[in-house]
Design a protein around this ligand. Structure first.
Ligand code: FCB
Length: 483
């Protein structure tokens, strides 16, 4: 953990000393919580150990080659190294660790018999975190559906709502006494609509391949709306179950939110941005926070497919409001009208950043805008940023003499924290920030080629090495802010 001070930092330290710097300029509220996030498939490994069942991602990588031949069968081996990883989180000062449970580790067939060894892993992880003074925040579903349930129709069948509810109840009963923060689902738009839609289109000979995930043909995308509706119902049913057990923690959901800005000030582009905002944001924010679906998007989807909404569904959704909204923010969308486009007559502009990040345009004001907008349009909900972070490619993550000078990531994090701080100053009820991610990990179809961590992971040796951004983050937590 030795760290050489860069000349720039040395200069700041010096100038602070000579001008009697008085504490950080960006001070966060006293009860603000600093965390980092991961997901089971991306870190655990041990894909077929101790009775774990297969998930769809095991199939995607091992059998369907969706990650260019790589698999997360080992990933960063957190299943075996969780003690070491928790010690690292503790050393960094992390106050809360967001991780997800692999459903198929707990219920190898998705329903029915519980695998005690699987449940025990999460119990040990929670105990280890608590002993280190780190609050666990558990995501129930971060994309890894048990393969056995996929074989029974997966999220397209309405039964999936009850499968999830059964699984959620098992987790609440096992960990609810020690875990006070629960997230039902991670990013319905990205997974239920975009990823699963693209994979479905790629595998189904009756569907024309999808050229660009975010420009999916309307009929293909609309065909996924039933999946996202089942997620919304399952989310609401799980909240109902949680509360029926008399547990007094907070339960919410994590949405990816991307502010949609019109490419020009024309009326057509403004209308296109409203559609993009509807598809990506309102289709989820509205049911979660208002208990309704936006009529414009419902009409767009219903023109092509049965969205699956049945009598009584909206009542269940409305009656079970989340305690908090988890927001994942990476980048905005710049939208223009494109009458020829089969994607609802809209198109997005390519990222023109000089040093492009994996997850799109770097635009911290987008975070400020979306926080203000949610606060204004949805009645000041309690918000946690459950993911924000970046990777810029090998240049920024180069390991030289045991150090990684990830200047672009450092800058990204700092600027987004400043945007978050500004939103808090302007009255947004934002109480937590989870950085994605503490560790480099297995980035879905991009495998090990996209690093997002504060900590560099050597995927051969599993060595963990602090990057410069990790030292920054440690000091932000220590000072509850920065200059
Ligand atoms: C988010 C996912 C997370 C990770 C980051 C980079 O969309 O929730 O698992 O892949 O992007």
């Amino acid at each position: 953990m030795r760290r050489r001070q860069s000349p720039a930092i040395a200069a700041i330290v010096l100038s602070c000393a000579s001008f009697a710097c008085s504490g950080p300029t960006f001070t966060f509220p006293e009860d603000f919580v600093w965390g980092t996030a991961t997901a089971a498939y991306q870190v655990e490994g041990a894909w077929n150990e101790d009775g774990k069942g297969r998930s769809v991602w095991d199939t995607y990588t091992n059998d369907l080659n969706l990650a260019g031949g790589e698999t997360a069968n080992v990933a960063i081996d957190q299943y075996h190294r969780y003690r070491e990883d928790v010690a690292l989180l503790k050393a960094m000062g992390i106050q809360s660790y967001r991780f997800s449970v692999a459903w198929a580790r707990v219920l190898p067939e998705g329903t029915g018999e519980v695998n005690p060894a699987g449940l025990d892993y999460y119990s040990r992880l929670v105990d280890e975190l608590l002993a280190a003074g780190i609050e666990p925040a558990v995501t129930l579903y971060h994309w890894d559906l048990p393969q056995a349930l996929a074989d029974r129709g997966g999220w397209r069948t309405r039964e999936s709502v009850e499968w999830f509810n059964e699984y959620a109840r098992i987790m609440f009963e096992a960990l609810g006494d020690r875990v006070g923060t629960w997230i039902t689902f991670n990013e319905p738009y990205i997974d239920a609509i975009i990823i699963e839609g693209s994979i479905r289109a790629a595998l189904d000979p009756n569907i024309d391949p999808v050229p660009e995930p975010f420009a999916m043909r309307a009929e293909v995308q609309a065909g996924q709306a039933i999946v996202s509706h089942h997620w919304m119902l399952a989310h609401a049913r799980a909240i109902e179950t949680y509360r029926s057990l008399g547990l007094d923690g907070n339960i919410g959901i994590t949405l990816s939110v991307s502010p949609a800005y019109p490419a020009t000030d024309s009326d057509d582009d403004a209308a296109a941005a409203t559609i993009a905002d509807g598809l990506h944001n309102r289709w989820f924010l509205d049911p979660v926070l208002k208990g309704t679906y936006p009529e414009d998007v419902r009409a767009l989807y219903s023109a092509h497919a049965d969205v699956g909404i049945r009598d009584g569904d909206m009542e269940v959704i409305a009656a079970n409001r989340a305690d908090f909204l988890g927001v994942n923010y990476y980048s905005p969308t710049r939208v223009r009208a494109e009458p020829e486009s089969a994607h609802f007559g809209i198109a997005s502009l390519p990222n023109s950043d000089e040093q492009p990040a994996f997850n799109g345009e770097v635009y911290p004001d987008g975070l400020y805008d979306l926080l203000m907008r949610i606060d204004r349009d949805y009645g000041k909900p309690l918000i946690y940023i459950t993911e924000n972070g970046a990777g810029f490619g090998p240049e920024d993550d180069r390991l030289i003499d045991g150090e990684v000078h990830d200047v672009l990531r450092r800058d990204y994090i700092r600027r987004h924290l400043i945007a978050a701080h500004r939103a808090i100053q302007d009255g947004v009820n934002l109480q937590r920030y989870y950085l994605w991610s503490c560790f480099d990990n297995f980035e879905w179809i991009w495998g090990t080629t996209r690093r997002f961590g504060l900590v560099y992971v050597d995927f051969e040796t599993q060595e963990r090495i602090w990057k410069d951004s990790a030292h920054d983050f440690q000091s932000y937590i220590r000072d509850n802010g920065f200059n």
